[in-house]
Design a protein around this ligand. Sequence first.
Ligand code: KIV
Length: 270
Amino acid sequence: MPKPVRITVPDILARKGKEKLACLTAYTTPMAQLLDEQCDILLVGDSVGMVLHGLPTPVGVTLDMMIMHGRAVMRGSSRALVAVDLPFGSYERNADQALKSAALVLRKTGCQAVKIEICDGAAETISFMTARGVPVIAHIGLRPQAANIDGGFKAKGKSDGERRRILADAKAVDDAGSFAIVIEGVASDLADEITTAVRAPTIGIGASASCDGQILVVDDMLGMFERTPRFVRRYGDMRSIIEHARDCYVRDVRSGDFPGPSEIYGKTKK
Ligand code: KIV
C-alpha cells in the first residue's frame, strides 16, 4: 500500500478562508496515532513541559526534550503536518541561532516545520529561515515563554498601544513568510482584524471563531486537568475515567479479586 502523503505547507496556506484547520498538540506516539487521521496540524508544543513534565512554565523546556517528543509524534503519525516548538533560549539571539536550532529539530525528528514566539527581531529571523527552507509558524499575542516577564499567562491587547503592536507583529511575521500564525489570548475583534489583514492562515487559541483554524492543548480538551483557561472546551473527562479505573484496580488488588483465573498462566506441568 502506498504511504499516505502528509499535509504540506502549501496545503495549509491554501486553507486560508476555506475549510477551518483543526489542530491539536501531541507529545507522544500513542496520542499522535489517535489524532493523526483527523487533525491538519499536530503541534509538538513546548507546553509539553507543563503537561507531561510538571514544569510551571515552558521556560525549562530544552531542545533535547522537543526533539525526543518530536520523534515520538512523527513515529505515530503519517498524515498530519507536524510542527515542533523551538524552546525558550534556542532562537531569540539571532537568525543564525534560530536556523541552527531549527535545522537540528528538522533533521533529528523529520518534522516539517517549527514554531517560534514573537520576540525582538522575530520577523527577520522568520524571513532568514524561510529563505533557507525552514517553514515557520509564528506565535503572537500571549506568549507562554514570556510568563516570567508577564507575571503569568495574561491575555494581551487590552490597551490601544498593545493592540497596535500585536497587529503590527502579525503583519510583520506575515510579510516575513510565516505559513501560519498562532494567535493566543487576545480579544476576538483584534483576532478578526488580524485574520483579515494577513495572507497566512491564523490559528486561534483563546482568540476568535473567525480565525482560519483552532488549536488546543490536547490534555486540556480531554479534561485531564481540574483547572483550565476559560477558552478551553472539554470534549472528554479523562481525569474522572482514570480516577475511577485507579480506584477499581486498587480495590480489586487489595481484595484479592485481581488477578482472576483467566488473568494468570496455568500451573507448571510436572
Ligand atoms: O506550546 C503549545 O502547546 C502552544 C499551543 C498551545 C499553541 O504553543
